[in-house]
Design a protein around this ligand. Structure first.
Ligand SMILES: O=C(O)CCC(=O)C(=O)O
Length: 266
């Protein structure tokens, strides 16, 4: 199977071309087995706390779980976000999703917002507004392990996915079931058609999704940042939470970029 596999760290020209062509990249071995296990245990805790039943999404887990907080600015992934966005962006949300044991096929969709959908910004070429880094926390190296399934290049399709396919959840010869180990990251464009694939295992599958957006997009997993989280987290993470000061009216004259470790922010 062809795979748009990317390395850790800075976005290369080849990776940029792959991302633009397919709409996603797969970054293997971002987390060690031990780190993935810690994040998995954290995921179980936050879903238990939130009392999710069946398929469920819990936001803000990075505030209470240090293992998940560390993924917000992971050095294997954050440089790819910078490579695609430049230096000024925020982490718009962090959602932890559970695909339950023996969970069925999810519905095909593009990411967006019911309140003001992204296809109102531009159609058919929907802009990059939510760049998602999905950390796989359970093994998904074979199909039917609650994998993500994406349609390569569909973020550039001039026609929507036929309604019949979306309703019936049928298979599609161009659906790419992402097969990767726990600790791998899938990085994808909001407009790529995707769905959660079936899960035949007798255990719950967890994936931690971080969504990065331009700085003028409102966060979607929180109405306000947690003051105690801001107080104890790092300056870079505070900036990613949208905590920066602007010199004037919204974004007119720019603002200082987040304090990236390499000091190269422009
Ligand atoms: O974790 C998953 O299975 C993906 C969920 C999904 O497609 C989404 O949140 O848009």
């Amino acid at each position: 199977m062809l795979n748009p596999v990317a390395s850790h760290g800075a976005l290369t020209d080849t990776e940029r071309f792959m991302f633009e062509s397919w709409g996603y990249l797969i970054i293997p071995d971002v987390l060690s087995a031990e780190e993935a296990q810690q994040c998995l245990e954290a995921s179980v805790r936050i879903h238990r706390e939130a009392k999710t039943e069946g398929f469920g999404q819990v936001g803000r887990g990075y505030e209470s779980e240090p293992a998940l907080e560390r993924l917000m600015d992971h050095p294997a992934v954050l440089p790819k976000i910078r490579g695609l966005y430049g230096d000024r962006f925020i982490m718009q949300s962090g959602w932890n999703t559970k695909q339950p044991a023996f969970g069925g096929m999810g519905g095909w969709h593009q990411d967006g917002s019911g309140a003001y959908n992204f296809n109102k910004l531009s159609f058919p070429f929907i802009p990059l507004v939510q760049l998602r880094a999905s950390f796989l926390l359970t093994d998904q190296s074979q199909p039917r392990m609650g994998n993500m399934e994406l349609i390569p290049g569909s973020h550039r399709s001039q026609v929507p996915l036929p309604e019949a396919l979306r309703k019936e959840k049928g298979d599609l010869p161009i659906g790419h079931v992402i097969c990767a180990k726990a600790g791998s990251v899938l990085l994808f464009h909001n407009a790529v058609w995707h769905r959660t694939y079936a899960h035949d295992g007798d255990y719950d599958r967890y994936t931690m999704h971080y969504i990065y957006s331009p700085p003028w997009v409102k966060p979607s997993d929180r109405l306000q940042n947690s003051p105690s989280f801001l107080e104890r987290t790092t300056p870079l993470r505070r900036a990613l939470m949208g905590e920066f000061s602007r010199p004037d009216a919204p974004y007119g004259a720019n603002y200082d970029p987040p304090p990236f470790d390499d000091g190269n922010g422009a």
